[in-house]
Design a binder for this molecule. Structure first.
Ligand code: KG4
Ligand code: ZN
Length: 328
């Protein structure tokens, strides 16, 4: 039996988790900071790192208590050390290093993006390799070719906004609030994709993604093309002039276009790489339409797809411990 303590502080979730043998979650503690960033409509890095500092020790203690183990029983400590907000990463890495040093346990540095792809295994998924990995989150949109759980080659990624970031900006344009992904998802259920928005393709042969043009097309569609007035650029329409139903229809049209863009990238990668399955992770995997369309595309290639449980879509430390186990 191998017990890994995972620590995650790369963005705005302070998380710790104990995972047995890479797949059995004994505890999964996540302290979200949404309430601290909501008034700014996005994560403020300095506020995030200060909040991690206050929360990291209680979160680790709680994860050990819930797992009903003592710190001595842990075999290794895994920490997400890249990529992320530098001030936030610093807090998690300093906590993990200190624990590893005082307990004389191995310290394992984990790539946060690859760790998202360990989330499906936390629900018992058995993944065959090579696999196509797709990570869609607030900070990343990456297609990875996995030869095993810890070895990944990047096939393509976003060249501008991440998909989750685009959902958050779309929600802000539509006046729905923050974080926007779940709000767009809910609004879309009451609307229809009646507006044609672009499904941007990048130049070249790599399956890269681009979301910033889609976001601008939504903005201009909703508010009208900007006009010059008194030397300033202004929009002819205010969001308050749209009916609730119009907002729902724009949300649905945006969601269709964003999900199609992700699916197009996956189809491109599947056309060029022989894989035994698709494995997915990241906050945007909580999206109802994306889950549905991913399952359909896997079905059309006759390969299984492994989706994470909703609670393991957003940032958590169980996925860090999951990848830490394979590296250990
Ligand atoms: O994985 P995550 O916690 O962050 C990073 O590692 O970057 O993902 C957070 C992102 C946010 O952008 C949020 O709006 C998005 O996931 N999200 C969703 C949904 N739930 C969360 N996007 C679309 N549909 C959802 N239901
Ligand atoms: Zn993440």
């Amino acid at each position: 039996m191998t017990l890994i303590l995972g620590i995650e502080c790369s963005c705005d979730e302070t998380a710790a988790s104990v995972v047995k043998d890479g797949c059995e979650v004994l505890s999964n503690v996540v302290a979200s900071q949404d309430e601290l960033h909501i008034e700014y409509g996005g994560v403020v890095p300095e506020i995030a790192s200060r909040a991690h500092l206050e929360r990291i020790l209680p979160v680790i203690v709680e994860s050990i208590d819930i797992a009903k183990i003592s710190l001595d029983e842990i075999d290794a400590i895994a920490v997400g050390n890249r990529p992320g907000l530098i001030g936030s990463l610093l807090v998690g890495v300093a906590a993990a290093k200190t624990l590893a040093w005082t307990l004389s346990k191995p310290l394992i540095a984990v790539d946060h993006v690859v760790a998202h792809l360990c989330a499906p295994a936390l629900n018992g998924a058995e993944i065959s390799y090579p696999a196509l990995g797709i990570v869609v989150s607030g900070g990343h949109t990456s297609l990875l070719l996995l030869s095993d759980a810890s070895t990944a080659v990047c096939l393509g990624k976003t060249i501008d906004d991440a998909a989750g970031e685009a959902f958050d900006k779309a929600a802000s344009i539509l006046g729905l609030g923050w974080p926007g992904g779940a709000l767009i998802d809910a609004a879309s259920k009451k609307g229809a994709p009646v507006h044609q928005l672009p499904r941007p393709k990048t130049k070249g042969s790599r399956p890269d993604f681009s979301f910033s043009g889609l976001k601008t097309a939504l903005l201009y569609g909703v508010r009208g093309n900007p006009i010059r007035k008194d030397g300033k650029s202004i929009f002819p329409r205010a969001i308050s002039e749209l009916s609730e139903q119009e907002i729902f229809d724009w949300a649905s049209s945006f969601q269709e276009a964003a999900v199609d863009t992700i699916i197009n990238g996956i189809q491109h990668a599947l056309g060029n790489n022989r894989v035994l399955c698709i494995v997915a992770g990241g906050g945007v995997l909580a999206n109802t339409l994306l889950r549905k369309k991913l399952s359909a595309v896997a079905g059309s290639y006759n390969i299984p797809i492994h989706l994470p449980d909703i609670k393991y879509c957003v940032d958590n430390a169980a996925m860090i411990a999951g990848l830490g186990y394979h590296l250990f």
